[in-house]
Ligand binder design. Structure first.
Ligand SMILES: CCCCCCCCCCCCC/C=C/[C@@H](O)[C@H](CO)NC(=O)CCCCCCCCCCCCCCC
Ligand SMILES: Nc1ncnc2c1ncn2[C@@H]1O[C@H](COP(=O)(O)OP(=O)(O)OP(=O)(O)O)[C@@H](O)[C@H]1O
Ligand SMILES: [Ca+2]
Length: 495
């Protein structure tokens, strides 16, 4: 933790209860005065808990001085939020969002004197639309209680609102988007909670609430997705075509199954073993020093992300003077793919603790483009198993990975249509295959899975916007060997 930072959550004057402590002789001598310090206690696996310590003294003045000094110290923490706008999806994940917020999060916010305006969503897009109407500038942050879909709504609302207020046209794929400085907090209550897990290291509502309270700030890259100069969506985690797109499309019909729907549809999609033909063109991310095959992962205070942040600040200063993007070379790859995955972050989640690209960075201005070519079911299973263990998932002859700043994809089907090869027979065959999903032919298009939502177009243009948004998080902290000792920390270590 930064030396200037304190992990105190709140300080309260306490009614000293003699029965609470064995204070021996003291109780006979004088009336006791006390105050309680509530603080963050770090536990195993990146979990944070709220703990407290009560201090007492016979000297009332000394006691007041301490309370006052600690309160002043807290007031000085300018990065801490005072007013939050909270959106709760009551139907996300296991439908526990409202209960989780009321029982685990609201009491902590109130202890930390954070005032909140809470909206319980009534329909999809409620949060997103609402963010275009409310005075967002009076809040220090927006909190979403739900899963990745709910986060996506809040992100679209905030980014969209910022562009609208600044007169930026989101339909222009080349537009320099305006950064959003209102931080987003995620209280995980969804099915995958990949964004929370990949930025905090655990999917745990109390831990996330404490990161919000201490005012953490983690910038995050966002990819814009366009089709024919029309804005489709933003993505921060997985933009997946083929395997993950097909899983999502099938799982949408099984929402009633809750988080289990992904395992059911995953198994079904694995058996169907569809591959898709298409062309990918990408521009390598030359500005960043990292590589997707690095052994080191992005962690709190990441040097590579900091460097990208500095470059971005420089670019913003020189904005309008030059536009280098068009000058750089494009690489083109044609092929038959079981999966095309573009990830802006590792995509670690409880199902895949290292994620789809373990060395991807949260804020380096690049995405990792993973191409899984047509291979046998057995080989694809070996690849999937490596999502879940320590082995290198890119060490297969049928898997390629590139660090990119933008890419385009066109499916064979749309290429053929665009080049006016209007083979009616092929199109009919395509329809036939849609009706018979067990068929393995390569003529049907897949669907893009954009952070858990389907896109309508298969031909897309994607561009990474470095550090476009900020989260109440600090990235995953390095494993600390003496975490147990750390959690026993005394009050001196807190200050
Ligand atoms: C043999 C075991 C293989 C296990 C492989 C587990 C891979 C899990 C990888 C998860 C990656 C998540 C990326 C994040 C995506 C989110 O933006 C998005 C919105 O929440 N979630 C999904 O699209 C939801 C995606 C959910 C994907 C679940 C995939 C389950 C695959 C099961 C395959 C079974 C094969 C068994 C053969 C015997
Ligand atoms: N009141 C509501 N009724 C119906 N749908 C809603 C409501 N509020 C939000 N939604 C939508 O529900 C979708 C899914 O929500 P959420 O992400 O919270 O849960 P999930 O899908 O179970 O989790 P994950 O996205 O992690 O897989 C979101 O895309 C959001 O637009
Ligand atoms: Ca990135």
């Amino acid at each position: 933790m930064d030396s200037k930072e304190t992990s105190i959550i709140a300080v309260e004057e306490t009614e000293f209860n003699k029965k609470q402590r064995n204070i021996g002789r003291w109780q006979k001598m004088a009336k006791l005065h006390a105050f309680t310090v509530h603080y963050v206690k770090k536990a195993r696996n990146h979990r944070w808990r709220c703990s407290d310590a009560t201090f007492w003294s016979v000297d009332e003045h000394l006691c007041n001085q301490w309370t006052q000094a600690l309160k002043e110290l807290l007031e000085m923490q300018k990065s801490r939020p005072k007013q939050l706008l909270v959106y709760i999806n009551p139907y996300g994940g296991k439908r526990q969002g409202k209960r989780i917020y009321e029982q685990k999060v609201a009491p902590l916010f109130s202890l930390a004197s954070i005032s909140t305006d809470v909206v319980i969503t009534e329909h999809a897009n409620h949060a997103k639309d609402n963010l275009f109407e409310v005075n967002i500038y009076k809040y220090d942050g927006v909190v979403c209680v739900g899963g990745d879909g709910m986060f996506s709504e809040v992100m679209h609302g905030l980014i969209g609102r910022m562009q609208k207020d600044s007169g930026i046209d989101q339909n222009n794929p080349k537009a320099s988007l305006v950064q959003c400085n209102i931080r987003i907090g995620i209280i995980p209550a969804g099915s995958t909670d990949c964004i929370c897990y990949s930025t905090v290291g655990i999917s745990d509502p109390v831990t996330s609430a404490l990161h919000i309270i201490v005012g953490d700030c983690q910038p995050l890259d966002v990819s814009s997705v366009h089709h024919n100069n029309t804005f489709l969506k933003y993505s921060v985690s997985l933009l997946g075509y083929g395997f993950y797109g097909d899983i999502l499309k099938d799982s949408e019909k099984k929402r009633w199954m809750g988080p289990m729907r992904y395992d059911y549809s995953g198994f079904k999609t694995f058996l169907s073993h569809h591959y898709y033909e298409g062309t990918i063109a990408y521009q390598p991310a030359k500005h960043t020093h990292g590589s997707p095959r690095d052994q080191e992962s992005c962690r709190t205070g990441c040097y590579i992300c900091k460097q990208s942040g500095k470059q971005l600040a420089e670019q913003n200063k020189e904005r309008g003077l030059k536009h280098e993007e068009g000058e750089e070379e494009w690489k083109v790859i044609k092929g038959k793919f079981l999966a095309i995955n573009a990830v802006n972050m590792s995509c670690a989640c409880p199902r895949s603790p290292k994620g789809l690209s373990p060395a991807a960075h949260l804020a380096d201005g690049s995405a990792d483009l993973i191409l899984v070519r047509k291979c046998s079911r057995f080989d694809f299973l070996r690849y999937l198993v490596r999502h879940t263990n320590q082995d290198d998932q890119f060490d297969f002859p049928f898997v390629d990975v590139y660090r990119v700043k933008c890419f385009q994809f066109t499916s064979k089907l749309s290429e053929d249509n665009e080049s006016n090869v209007m083979d009616i027979g092929k199109k009919r065959f395509g329809q036939f295959c849609r009706d018979h999903p067990a068929c393995c032919c390569n003529i049907v298009n897949s669907t893009w899975n954009c952070d858990g939502e389907t896109l309508d177009s298969s031909a897309i243009e994607v561009r990474v916007h470095c550090q476009l948004i900020k989260l109440f998080a600090r990235g995953i902290e390095e494993d600390c060997k003496d975490e147990a000792a750390h959690s026993q920390s005394s009050i001196e270590q807190l200050l």
